[in-house]
Design a protein around this ligand. Structure first.
Ligand code: PBG
Length: 328
């Protein structure tokens, strides 16, 4: 009789037939930072901290020591520096360029990834430049935004970023950033594109962490409709054609079908972002004693990898790396 259970009989046999393996080398740790010299726990994301630059360097060093090869940086910008054209995003002495230089000086082997989008710098809290028409309607200007995004990417490249990661969802931004980087001699800087970034309620805790929620309106005219899957394939084909080096799906857990589809669509490496809301749901349920945090984290990350992601951005990266190494 055919008995599938034979392949599950012992731990040794299960490890031989296991189809998906998770490793700290798969993880990218998102890190928040601010200008202050003290570190601030983020109320909307228990267990996550907004760091000063020196603490950020220490935290990234700990991640690297755990086998996590990369971090991605998210800045909280002081209110007084936010403007309608987000000019602070391309200040060579701004918070992010200084953080990149500090990280690279302390950890030359760390892969430093930066977010390309205007929301932390924009007085309106949108990822792009906002224009109000005569009827009072808001419009997010595409091509004007892309120009500023290319300046932001160049600023990060000059400071030493390894990978720039456009999360804004403007059309044509990957091609424009690639062209600008190449023209300035940054042919070695990679683009990790948020290919299928959905207009998701799961980003709520992140916006609390950075005070970056849109002041008015929502992000539905640029981020994707959660109801759409074919549109993600269209975005993936465009990003690939425009020169993206790595594609991304975001959020991860509720969009495993999209991860699986993009895995089939493109041969580029694929990343998935387990976002703040996914983190918060696990954290709060575990804090209440309703879920086993370690087991749920490993299962959720394994599911994301099994669906087809090669890389995972997760706030659990350090804990998961520790749990994986103590399990083996
Ligand atoms: C902003 C950006 C967001 C996230 C990453 N980059 C929020 C948004 O689009 O509103 C969300 C990350 C998370 O929720 O963990 N461009």
């Amino acid at each position: 009789m055919i008995r599938p259970r034979r392949n599950r009989r012992t731990s040794a046999i299960r490890s031989l037939v296991r189809e998906t393996s998770l490793s700290p080398a798969d993880f990218i740790l998102p890190l928040f930072l601010h200008e202050d010299s003290t570190d601030t726990p983020i109320a909307s994301m228990p267990g996550v901290t907004r760091w000063s630059i020196p603490s950020l360097v220490r935290e990234a060093g700990e991640a690297l020591a755990l086998g996590i090869p990369a971090v991605v940086l998210f800045p909280k910008i002081e209110e007084s520096l936010k403007t309608s054209h987000a000019a602070e995003c391309h200040n060579d002495n701004g918070l992010i360029p200084r953080a990149i230089r500090a990280l690279k000086a302390a950890h030359p082997d760390l892969c430093v990834i930066t977010d390309i989008a205007l929301d932390p710098y924009n007085a309106d809290g949108h990822d792009g430049i906002v224009q109000r028409d005569a009827c009072g309607q808001l419009h997010i200007l595409n091509d004007e935004t892309v120009e500023v995004l290319t300046l932001q990417a160049l600023t990060h490249a000059r400071a030493g970023a390894d990978i720039v990661s456009p999360s804004d969802m403007m059309d044509g931004r990957v091609a424009a950033i690639r062209k600008a980087l190449d023209a300035e001699g940054y042919t070695h800087v990679s683009i990790l594109s948020y290919t299928a970034k959905y207009a998701s309620a799961y980003y709520g805790p992140f916006r609390g962490a950075l005070d970056s929620a849109p002041k008015e309106g929502d992000k539905k005219t640029y981020q994707m409709d959660p109801a759409n899957a074919r549109e993600a394939i269209r975005e993936a084909l465009l990003d690939q054609q425009e020169g993206a080096d790595i594609l991304m799906v975001k959020p991860a857990g509720p969009y495993l079908d999209i991860i699986a589809k993009l895995r089939e669509t493109s041969h580029l490496p694929l990343a998935a972002y387990q976002v703040s809301g996914e983190y918060l749901m696990i954290k709060t349920a575990a804090a209440a004693g309703w879920l086993d945090e370690k087991a749920i984290v490993i299962e959720s990350l394994t599911g994301i990898k099994r669906a087809g992601a090669d890389l995972i951005l997760t706030y659990f990266a350090k804990d998961a790396a520790r749990w994986l190494s103590s399990a083996s």
